[in-house]
Design a binder for this molecule. Structure first.
Ligand code: SF4
Length: 414
């Protein structure tokens, strides 16, 4: 089945209109000072013009904000003291507050960031164990509308979209935690070397803010992260996949998880709107996909549900001829989850069928097993603790979890 361009345009307009209903609050302090993080270059110039400053100041501030990573105007040594003061009276350079953080024995580090309105979202840094680099998994929404059945975040209602300052702010705050400023140039190694939009939420249901944030991250005079180092993961919002490919050109990951519509309708309910054939067609036309930039299909392994040899063969048939790889993700049950993970031999058999067809099919190694690593769990704990504190004011602050089975889903399985 394919969708006509007119239908796709109408659907895209409908999605963007709905997105607006969950808009983030204005990035402004109670005293009226505007946060400069998250503004485009043109918007930054306009803000500066509003206080009587010349356009070249925007370039200067961009360098200090995104290349040097400063949050204090007084540290901008190329800006005269009186102007530093004037800027500090009108603006701030914000960061989300770290509400909680946990570091796993394998050095995976999870942050719960709190934004100005008190809402919270999770960010995870997953270091490469062989090299000095790693991926930052970023959230795009507080909660999620999609209710994928294997996903803990899917149990949380959508509260609102994150704004561009909050999305880019997660990456900047994570870099603060590792002291990775100024932004490494060119091929200089980076500790926080890739971004994966696989945290809480469906990024293509918050496309405009995600696109603004990624445009800032990719700007060569600031953070300067290449589009090849950014992966956007979607559950299959087909009309917006074309937009993301054309406008951002970042890598694409698709949460597939099932190869039959009846099962995918259940696991990823968005499938009822955009069924597998439409999703695969959108993948096939995704711009820039090549053997060097393969589309990643995420596939969570659920015991007796989607892990048969017939499923593996159908998966191979679906992606035939596409530059693709398949990430197999052993499911990690969270409290109340309705599934168990596939047995290791079953996962191996599945991977073997996919690999025999010529596709890479790595089995994702569980990371951060000793922390609340399933996407959304830390936020749930924080909210539970907040409720408890309201009921029992003397209750101690949130403790690090002791449950060693607390989850391994560090990149989103949706
Ligand atoms: S897997 Fe992703 S899209 Fe699905 S409910 Fe979870 S966060 Fe939302």
């Amino acid at each position: 089945m394919t969708t006509s361009p007119d239908l796709t345009d109408a659907e895209r307009a409908r999605i963007l209109a709905k997105t607006a209903r969950f808009a983030p609050p204005l990035a402004q302090l109670a005293d009226g000072r505007r946060d400069l993080v998250g503004l485009s270059r043109a918007e930054l110039a306009a803000e500066l013009a509003a206080i009587g400053e010349a356009p070249f100041r925007a370039k200067q501030l961009w360098h200090w904000i995104y290349h040097q990573g400063v949050t204090d105007f007084a540290r901008m040594s190329t800006v005269a003291r009186p102007l530093q003061q004037k800027l500090a009276e009108a603006f701030v350079i914000g960061r989300p507050e770290v509400a909680a953080q946990q570091t796993s024995a394998d050095e995976t580090r999870k942050f719960l960031f709190r934004f100005r309105d008190g809402q919270e979202a999770e960010t995870v840094y997953i270091p490469d164990r062989q090299e000095d680099r790693g991926a930052v998994c970023i959230s795009s929404q507080v909660g999620c509308t999609l209710s994928c059945r294997f996903c803990h975040t899917g149990t949380q209602a959508l509260v609102r979209n994150l704004g561009a300052p909050e999305i880019v702010g997660q990456f900047m705050a994570a870099r603060d935690a590792y002291g990775e400023w100024p932004s490494p140039k060119g091929e200089t190694p980076r500790l926080l070397s890739t971004i994966v939009l696989m945290g809480m939420g469906e990024p293509l249901y918050n496309y405009e803010n995600v696109a603004r944030a990624m445009t800032i991250v990719m700007d060569n005079e600031g953070i300067a992260l290449s589009r090849r180092r950014i992966t956007l993961s979607t559950s299959g919002v087909v009309p917006m996949m074309d937009c993301a490919g054309a406008e951002l050109g970042v890598n694409l990951a698709v949460s597939l998880h099932a190869v039959r519509d009846d099962l995918r309708d259940e696991l990823v309910p968005l499938n009822r709107k955009y069924p597998i054939a439409e999703l695969i067609a959108a993948c096939r036309r995704y711009p820039g996909a090549s053997n060097a930039r393969r589309i990643t299909f995420e596939y969570v392994m659920l015991d007796g549900i989607n892990d048969s040899p017939a499923d593996a063969r159908e998966l191979v048939r679906l992606i035939a001829g596409m530059p693709a790889k398949v990430n197999l993700i052993p499911f990690n049950p969270w409290p109340g989850s309705p599934y168990a993970t596939s047995k290791p031999a079953v996962i191996e058999r599945f991977a073997g069928i996919v690999m025999d067809a010529g596709y890479a099919a790595p089995v994702r190694t569980p990371r951060g097993r000793d922390i609340l690593a399933a996407c959304g769990q830390l936020r749930t704990e924080s909210r539970r603790a907040a409720v408890t504190r309201r009921v029992l004011p003397a209750h101690p602050p949130m403790q690090a979890p002791s449950d060693p089975q607390a989850g391994d889903r560090l990149a989103r399985t949706g």
